[in-house]
Design a protein around this ligand. Structure first.
Ligand SMILES: NC(=O)c1ccc[n+]([C@@H]2O[C@H](COP(=O)([O-])OP(=O)(O)OC[C@H]3O[C@@H](n4cnc5c(N)ncnc54)[C@H](O)[C@@H]3O)[C@@H](O)[C@H]2O)c1
Ligand SMILES: [Zn+2]
Length: 342
């Protein structure tokens, strides 16, 4: 079993089997369990095993759950149950549910305890770690709060049973963690690809994120390095309508080339091979390049500076640099996106 702590008050436990879901508390009277349809059975079993009365609320699958309307149904469930400030919201599912349950916990009664049980590799190595919660309003994750869960429980038996495409999503983020912060994690993913043992990969990827978050909880500085591959990645995800993991893989290819041009990063080919080894894409599907560039700049506008990107100087040595348009164009070119005339 591996155990991590964020700011001495948020515990992350990685192991096999789920026990001790709730941290000890004298005053807790009930728990509200928020779960996806795919893990309803797990949530029901969990409710039966808790030492306080618990109610299970099944929310729509995927990001359809991350809305204020769904959050409101959960607040109302809390009202009907008579949930108090000393009670707990438990999120069981992928990142969509851990984001939603965390958001409801952050806001209901001005904040109650949350416990998260991520059941996808992506939620385990990324979404459930670090206290960012959100719902989508207009754009993705535009309404949210920082709210650290008191406990996160990662059951590797659940993750091992995931369908390969869901497993791969999270391994894209684990690869990112290796590239920005852990050479040996990168090595495991390079040698075993999609079959890499989760007992090694998941704790190592969590350790990278925990290290960064402990330095910078509310994203004023260093936490930005977690966005490696995400500038172009997000834009391609939206423009092409592909999965987040695939988009981040392509975004890392872009960032790899930009890194080579800006910092002299000399492991661009190694990075590309690691991405391919996981069965992740290294080129963008056919989509509108004008839209991609518009989306990249939309990101930038919110930042008010020039286009800033996370780049690698070397493996495990990330930097944030301002990137000129022609350099970004060369990065996009590598994934088959021809920079449109502006
Ligand atoms: N808060 C953060 O820091 C952060 C970071 C990264 C991503 N996110 C968010 O996470 C979400 C994506 O997370 P995700 O990829 O886990 O998506 P998801 O929650 O939509 O889950 C993906 C799919 O896996 C299914 N699933 C979940 N557990 C399963 C199981 N045990 N067996 C079989 N199927 C299962 C789900 O039903 C869903 O269809 C996005 O909303 C994203 O914005 C948040
Ligand atoms: Zn991501």
């Amino acid at each position: 079993m591996d155990r991590f702590l964020i700011h001495d008050r948020s515990e992350i436990v990685v192991g096999r089997g789920i026990d001790h879901v709730l941290p000890p508390s004298e005053r807790r009277t009930a728990a509200l369990i928020v779960a996806q349809p795919s893990v309803a059975a797990l949530a029901t079993a969990m409710a039966a095993a808790l030492d306080v009365p618990a109610q299970v609320e099944i929310v729509p699958d995927g990001d359809a759950a991350k809305t204020l309307a769904v959050a409101e149904t959960l607040y109302e469930a809390g009202n009907v149950m008579g949930l108090t400030r000393h009670d707990t919201v438990i999120g069981v599912g992928g990142g969509a549910v851990t984001d939603l349950a965390g958001f409801v916990a952050a806001t209901y009664l001005r904040g109650v305890e949350s416990v998260l049980v991520p059941t996808t590799t992506l939620a385990a190595v990324d979404a459930a770690i670090g206290g960012k919660t959100a719902v989508n309003v207009g754009g993705k994750n535009l309404v949210g709060a920082f709210h650290l869960p008191s406990r996160v429980i990662v059951d590797l038996d659940v993750l091992d049973a995931l369908p390969v495409p869901v497993r791969r999503e999270g391994l894209a983020e684990a690869l990112k963690a290796g590239l920005i912060g852990d050479r040996s994690l990168l090595g495991v993913l390079e040698s075993d690809g999609i079959d890499a043992p989760l007992d090694e990969v998941v704790p190592a990827a969590i350790a990278v994120k925990v290290g960064v978050v402990n330095d910078d909880l509310t994203e004023t500085g260093r936490r930005a390095i977690l966005n490696y591959g995400h500038t172009a990645g997000h834009a391609i995800e939206l423009a092409a309508g592909i999965s987040h993991g695939d988009a981040v893989a392509i975004g890392m290819v872009v960032a790899g080339r930009v890194s080579r041009l800006v910092t002299g990063f000399d492991d661009e080919d190694r990075q590309r091979e690691a991405i391919e080894r996981l069965g992740l894409p290294v080129a963008a599907p056919d989509c509108d390049p004008t839209e991609i560039v518009r989306l990249v700049h939309l990101d930038k506008k919110r930042d008010r500076s020039g286009l800033r990107m996370v780049l690698l100087q070397k493996i495990a040595r990330p930097v944030v640099e301002t990137v000129a348009e022609p350099v970004l164009a060369q990065g996009l070119d590598v994934v088959g996106v021809e920079y449109p005339p502006r």
